[in-house]
Design a protein around this ligand. Structure first.
Ligand SMILES: Cc1ncc(COP(=O)(O)O)c(C=O)c1O
Length: 339
């Protein structure tokens, strides 16, 4: 009798490997080799890091014969839009519980989610406080209607989702074997820290040599560290992966800003600067905070993260549009022709 663990269900969704691009001008300015892994280009409507997570989450959903994906987030949630896109692609239904009222006009990710056919349940602040129950209520409604639901927590934050970033780490190792740099440090945005946990697992399982650092953009540092610790423990318990929690979980802390629905000028400036310097667009509430934190760290000490640093661009471009007014004001302040 074989004792091999059964394969982990997975559905191929991502356009991978995603490109690695050196940021030439910024590298020169900062005095390091700074690269970017274009995980914003994983496909299915530029769904960024979420597609890697959804490969495993939806793999599990299909293994359970689910026909309806249920998840939650802010009105501009990238994850909700990615779930809507995957559901449409695979002929499933998507139901989203979103924080806040229905806006007067659809925009950005919410517009796309609706366009892709997702049904939306808007949640008041009080409902949002017990959103896990709202998700279970929605699942019960789907069951009553004869469907089979699969619930995905906010940001795909489960151990199953984190396996997607174990895959990303494996991909970095493969790319290094085929001519890409072996990075000293890989830096990634953290909401829950699930992507960070996946990359840490790749250090132990796939031989990824880089130090992994994440930049929390909403939760306080301790909560991210606790979540990363928890996910690695679960990966061992649930999937039998030979992983342990490292002694230190490295973060660049202090860039949480004002949450995920408002933005500060410094974050918009980061979006504008990278767009103009390298032709790459970040999003204002996730990746711009993380990239801003990385650049500030390197400006203070170009050697802080080693000689070769890679930033993983986790996507989010559609949330640029709801900030059109703030961005417009910033961009209108400049001369037509610079001398
Ligand atoms: C663009 C973007 N980057 C990063 C993240 C954070 O991912 P994680 O929850 O794995 O830390 C998210 C999701 O919340 C996101 O939408």
């Amino acid at each position: 009798m074989s004792t091999a663990a059964p394969p982990i269900p997975r559905v191929e969704l991502a356009q991978a490997p995603t490109p690695l691009v050196q940021l030439e001008r910024l590298s020169q300015e900062l005095g390091v080799e700074l690269w970017i892994k274009r995980d914003d280009l994983t496909g299915l409507l530029e769904s960024g890091n979420k597609i890697r997570k959804l490969e495993f989450l939806v793999g599990e959903a299909l293994a359970q014969n689910a026909d309806t994906l249920i998840t939650c987030g802010t009105r501009q949630s990238n994850c909700c839009r990615a779930v809507a896109a995957v559901a449409a692609r695979l002929g499933l239904r998507a139901v989203l519980a979103l924080k806040g009222d229905r806006p007067d006009e659809y925009d950005g990710n919410l517009l796309l989610s609706r366009l892709l056919g997702a049904r939306v349940r808007y949640c008041s602040d009080r409902e949002w406080e017990r959103v896990d129950e709202v998700l279970q209520d929605l699942a019960a409604e789907v069951r009553r209607a004869g469907g089979t639901p699969y619930v995905i927590p906010e940001s795909g934050a489960t151990v199953t989702g984190a396996l997607g970033y174990l895959g990303c780490g494996q991909e970095l190792v493969h790319q290094a074997r085929h001519g890409a740099p072996a990075f000293d440090t890989v830096v990634i945005t953290a909401f829950s820290g699930g992507s960070h946990a996946g990359l840490l697992m790749a250090r132990q399982i796939a031989g990824l040599g880089a130090e992994i650092v994440s930049v929390p953009i909403a939760w306080e540092a301790k909560r991210v560290r606790d979540y990363v610790t928890d996910v690695i423990g679960q990966a061992r318990g649930r999937y039998g992966l030979p992983v342990t929690v490292p002694d230190e979980i490295h973060l660049i802390d202090g860039y949480q800003g004002t949450g995920r629905t408002r933005v500060r000028e410094e974050e918009l400036q980061t979006v504008v600067r990278l767009a103009r310097q390298e032709g790459i667009v970040l999003d204002p509430v996730y990746t711009a905070k993380a990239f801003g934190g990385l650049v500030e760290t390197l400006r203070r000490d170009p050697k802080a993260l080693g000689r070769r640093v890679c930033f993983v661009h986790t996507g989010g471009i559609f949330s640029v549009f709801p900030f059109r007014a703030e961005l417009g004001r910033l961009l209108d302040g400049e001369a037509l022709i610079e001398s």
